[in-house]
Design a protein around this ligand. Structure first.
Ligand SMILES: [Cu+2]
Length: 73
C-alpha cells in the first residue's frame, strides 16, 4: 500500500501533551502509518494511505479534540 506525507497546520496547542493527544488520536485513524505533531512548529505531519483516510478525516479528528487544523501540504 502506498502512503503519502501530508502536513497540517495546527492552532491551539499550548503544551507538549496537546501534541501527544493529537498523535494518539491520529494513530487511531485507519490508514495512518506515522504521525509527528509538534507544538513548537504548530504542525502535524502525517503518513497517510489515501485509500483508507483522507486529509479531511485528519482535520476532522484534530478538530474534534478542540484544535484548529488546516492542510499545509
Ligand atoms: Cu496542552
Amino acid at each position: 500500500m502506498a502512503t503519502t506525507t501530508h502536513v497540517f497546520r495546527v492552532e491551539g496547542m499550548h503544551c507538549g501533551s496537546c501534541a501527544l493527544l493529537i498523535d494518539d488520536a491520529l494513530e487511531d485513524l485507519p490508514g495512518v502509518h506515522d504521525t509527528q505533531t509538534s507544538m513548537k512548529a504548530g504542525s502535524a505531519t502525517v503518513e497517510l494511505d489515501l485509500a483508507r483516510s483522507s486529509p479531511e478525516d485528519v482535520i476532522a479528528a484534530i478538530t474534534e479534540l478542540g484544535y484548529q487544523a488546516t492542510q499545509a501540504s
